[in-house]
Design a binder for this molecule. Structure first.
Ligand code: SF4
Length: 444
């Protein structure tokens, strides 16, 4: 590749027998136009699905509109999370401070919406002017008798990965503050599923069939009271490890709750997740229910996938997603429908994740950390990929290059987790790759 920045060496590797490991976890390089989002955005996407909480963005209106209804996270009840409230800071607040504005906004919104808790997000300008957000939150919490939690997520501190950790710290202040829920001996918390397009409800059904109680989901279809009770579950099951591993480790240390890392995408990983949870409880009846469930689901799914596999045989895919666990599942899922991954990259993977990713990719696959549009476009051209799997920022790259696109990011409206999600995925990939529209577009 001719056009990559010299400093990015080590973050771009073409897999071969002797290729080096990909380096992850580096800060973005100035001038690289990283696809990563800011710290505030990272915190906001993690906490967003808590549906009965107030989410107040302390900053200029742009930060709030940037993250307004940012996920396709569904709620089975309240929908307060879908409003992006803002203190709308202006020049005068930059000069005289925004604490009064914040205090007034919190009072007005809590009185109007009666939330179970409030999250207050600090944005770049709040870090610059130095508002004491913590003390305003403490004061309002006392006056309104609900948790009011500052999320110290000034955008310039790093990347969205740092925002995940800050969101976990905010959640940790809620955990362990209520003991009123009934807890079964086979109870789990789901960490890192955000109920995109109702995916959590698919998983809930599987776990119900196995006799497992989901005590709390953090944060998909989330409720404050459930989160306050999470310290009483037997096991934490972590899906999006990039966003939630910090909280899982913290809960292990503080409450002794073990955790396992899973993925719900693709047949193999979905089945492994259920088997792993069943194995943890060591109960023969639960394990048998897991085996029956997988058998039943596969009996229906495998024949349904066959026509898609035949049509997609030999096609090539590019993956550029947020976390490495998802990328790993996608490589396997694509293989199942006859496709080969020729580009695999993530925004937030670490060295360990990338070792696993490299191990499952074929020789010749380009592995990339923290990429940018110029690099991604060049990779697509170089490899002749027929499909791009990414998020909102990658969609235009795919269409400009004249190839199919599948949205696997947090805005999507199509459930892709679980067995029925695998079928949706195959159909989506098939429809975009074989669309007649590509006959009228000049491929770059
Ligand atoms: S980088 Fe700063 S100004 Fe931009 S959205 Fe993030 S917090 Fe707001």
């Amino acid at each position: 590749m001719a056009n990559f920045l010299k400093e990015r060496e080590g973050q771009i590797v073409t897999k071969s027998k002797n290729s080096k490991d990909l380096i992850g976890g580096r800060p973005s390089i100035a001038g690289s136009v990283s696809q990563r989002a800011c710290v505030f955005c990272g915190s906001r996407v993690v906490l967003y699905p808590i549906a009965d909480a107030l989410h107040l963005v302390h900053g200029p209106i742009g930060c709030a509109s940037y993250t307004w209804d940012i996920r396709g996270a569904m709620s089975s009840g309240p929908e307060l999370h879908r409003s992006s409230f803002s203190t709308d800071l202006r020049e005068k607040h930059v000069i005289f401070g925004g604490e009064k504005q914040l205090y007034n906004a919190l009072n007005e919104l809590i009185d109007k919406h009666q939330p179970k808790a409030a999250f207050v997000y600090s944005t770049c300008i709040v870090g610059v002017i130095g508002d004491d957000v913590q003390s305003v939150c403490n004061r309002v919490a006392k006056e309104k008798n609900i948790p009011v939690i500052p999320v110290q997520s000034e955008g310039f501190q790093g990347s969205k990965k740092d925002g995940y950790k800050i969101a976990c710290d905010a959640l940790a202040t809620l955990i362990g503050t209520d003991n009123s829920k009934e807890v079964s001996p086979f109870s789990i918390n789901i960490l890192g599923d955000f109920n995109l397009a109702g995916e959590l409800w698919i998983l809930t059904e599987y776990y119900k069939r196995m006799g497992i109680q989901i005590l709390a989901s953090i944060t998909g279809d989330g409720r404050v009271k459930d989160i306050q009770n999470t310290h009483r579950a037997a096991l934490n099951v972590v899906q999006c490890s990039g966003s939630m591993i910090h909280l899982a480790k913290q809960m292990k240390e503080q409450y002794g709750i073990p955790f396992i890392k899973v993925s719900y995408f693709g047949i193999e990983d979905m089945s492994d997740a259920l088997y792993e949870v069943a194995k943890f409880f060591g109960d023969e009846a639960v394990q048998e229910k897991a085996r029956d469930l997988v058998k039943e689901e596969l009996t229906n799914l495998l024949p349904a996938l066959e026509p898609y596999r035949r049509a997609l045989q030999g096609k090539k895919a590019a993956i550029y997603v947020g976390g490495a666990f998802k990328a790993i599942s996608l490589v396997k899922a694509l293989r199942l429908i006859g496709m080969r991954t020729v580009i695999a990259g993530t925004q937030t993977g670490n060295d360990e994740d990338y070792k696993l990713l490299k191990a499952i990719c074929d020789d010749g696959c380009i592995l990339v950390d923290d990429s940018n549009p110029v690099e991604l476009s060049e990779f697509v051209q170089q490899t002749g990929a027929d499909l791009f799997i990414g998020g909102v920022k990658e969609r235009p790259i795919a269409y400009k290059m004249g190839i199919g696109f599948c949205d696997h990011n947090h805005e999507r409206k199509l459930a892709l987790a679980g067995y029925e999600g695998m079928l949706n995925f195959a159909k989506e990939v098939h429809d975009t790759v074989t669309s007649p529209v590509w006959r009228f577009v000049k491929r770059k």
